[in-house]
Design a protein. Structure first.
Length: 512
């Protein structure tokens, strides 16, 4: 049976509300802030920061920014540890029993993000509904509910053993899968037991086996990890492309890392041999442990803008990269400018510097693209290469050479003995280019076109030599993840793309 028409009827109202925000972005966001403050005014954090006084102010947003400093995770860690011990009413009302383990901070320690009942209901599940609502609204021909969704998730394996016996700590996706309505399980694979398996090598085989026998119409996950699952499905079935396995597959909902380095690979394995098959769509989402923030705004090919979700339990603020002390709300944003994203959310994170940067593509409607991480950059020689510069350059080099990348990371090679510095690109290929030097040259040229600071340093190789490509054996990044970094493989683990030192690069190269 095809339940798409019923789902479209149920979700169309969610999709229509997007247009109602245009011209009212400030009003919608101020209402979110007021609601958040009211909910948390009796918490420990709310009392310490006089939320009741802020609520009575004539200028809510200004009073809030004056009373609460914008901080990173380390300022919240003591509060979160109290929550993991079972203490109620700390950052958010009640006892929090779910925590998402996320990437470590600059100090190397993992972050543990509270996942409150309200953040599940008002944000994470609401955001997932908005993704489907938006996609169905943009694609009237969709039949995605004529089959099942293949969702790649994590597990509850964690470094933290909380004192609260009811608390669960692990990947965000594990909590989402564990807490979701049983009705949703009728439209997804794999089963919950398989989805929450901790051993990635064993889990990969089970995922591929179970999914290969199902009628899959949509897939959801992190591109780098899902690619391996799809490749294993093709190996098991012996099919030349994934549409020979799942003829009704129509969309990949992806997020977590940039899709650009993987676009060519996905296009190849999703190659359709029958004109009667549905068109394959790639639909980007912006979903992190800290919240669900944005969904792609159209179905055009390529790296497309996403619509910032304004009414699902998050108040957004933005700090220009060239002036981190100047923090603004949705009012005053400039098209084309890159900002650090700061959130206040129904998980109890207040004016939290999430560590992501976004580029504003439109202010009304408010559309963004992800620019990268605030700490994911290289500026060892004054070149200031940002993550989105690197992703664009990799995409161009792969497109022109036919190369396909599994994973990569970049680190500086420092100037010494009279030699100029350079960037070392450590790359694990699924299809190595015939001419690595040509790949390097295209990459270098694309970086020059994308970043004027890099181009200035590369001009005549006076300050910076061409990139150095180092090809590493298959499995090198997996080995680093499981033995050197987090001690764990899985769909929620991400490779740092750009590094301003050689710590990670030397670990990877030293483990070969």
């Amino acid at each position: 049976m095809d339940f798409t028409s019923l789902a479209r009827l149920f979700l169309e109202r969610r999709a229509r509300r997007f247009d109602s925000w245009t011209g009212k972005e400030v009003e919608v966001q101020e209402a979110q802030l007021r609601s958040l403050l009211r909910s948390a005014c009796t918490t420990a954090f709310g009392r310490e920061h006089s939320f009741n006084d802020i609520l009575s102010s004539s200028d809510l947003c200004s009073s809030y920014s004056e009373a609460v400093a914008a901080e990173g995770y380390e300022s919240f860690r003591p509060y979160v540890m109290r929550m993991t011990d079972g203490e109620p009413d700390v950052l958010w009302p009640g006892i929090c029993n779910n925590f998402a383990q996320s990437s470590g901070t600059s100090g190397g320690r993992s972050k543990f993000i509270p996942i409150t009942r309200e953040s599940l209901r008002l944000n994470h599940y609401a955001g997932a509904s908005d993704v489907v609502a938006s996609y169905l609204h943009l694609n009237p021909a969709s039949r995605m509910f004529s089959g099942k969704g293949f969702i790649l998730g994590g597990s509850f394996e964690s470094q933290l053993v909380p004192k609260n016996p009811r608390a669960k700590v692990g990947d965000l996706s594990a909590t989402l899968i564990d807490s979701v309505s049983p009705l949703v399980n009728l439209f997804r694979v794999p089963d919950k037991k398989t989805a929450l398996m901790a051993d990635w090598s064993e889990k990969l085989e089970m995922l591929a086996l179970k999914a290969s026998k199902a009628n899959i119409t949509n897939i959801s996950g992190v591109p780098s990890w899902f690619l391996r699952v799809l490749q294993r499905v093709l190996e098991i079935t012996g099919k030349p492309d994934i549409h020979r396995v799942w003829p009704s597959l129509e969309v990949f909902f992806h997020g977590g890392v940039s899709f650009e380095p993987y676009r060519a690979e996905y296009s190849a394995i999703c190659r359709q041999t029958d004109d009667n098959l549905p068109a394959m769509n790639f639909f980007e989402t912006y979903n992190a442990s800290e919240g669900f923030f944005a969904v792609q705004a159209d179905l055009l090919p390529g790296h497309r803008p996403m619509r910032l979700l304004l009414d699902i339990g998050i108040y957004y603020e933005f700090a220009p990269l060239d002036d981190e002390n100047k923090i603004i709300g949705v009012s005053g944003l400039e098209v084309g400018r890159v900002y650090e994203l700061i959130i206040s959310a129904c998980n109890g994170l207040w004016r939290y510097r999430i560590g992501d940067t976004v580029q504003v593509e439109s202010v009304s409607p408010l559309l963004i693209t992800i620019a990268g991480r605030t700490r994911s950059f290289i500026n060892a020689f004054g070149e200031e290469v940002m993550e989105h510069n690197a992703e664009e350059a990799v995409g161009a080099a792969c497109s022109e050479t036919g190369a396909k990348i599994i994973n990569y990371t970049v680190a500086p090679i420092y100037s010494r003995d009279g030699k100029r510095g350079s960037h070392q690109w450590i790359i694990e290929w699924s299809k190595e280019p015939e001419d690595t030097s040509l790949f390097r040259d295209i990459l270098d040229r694309a970086l020059c076109n994308a970043n004027s600071d890099y181009a200035a340093k590369r001009n005549g190789s006076i300050f910076l030599d061409p990139p150095v490509i180092v090809s590493v054996p298959s499995g090198s990044f997996d080995y680093w993840l499981s033995h050197t970094s987090s001690g764990k493989l899985g769909g929620q683990r991400k490779i740092p793309r750009l590094n301003n030192d050689r710590r990670i690069a030397d670990q990877i190269l030293g483990s070969i």
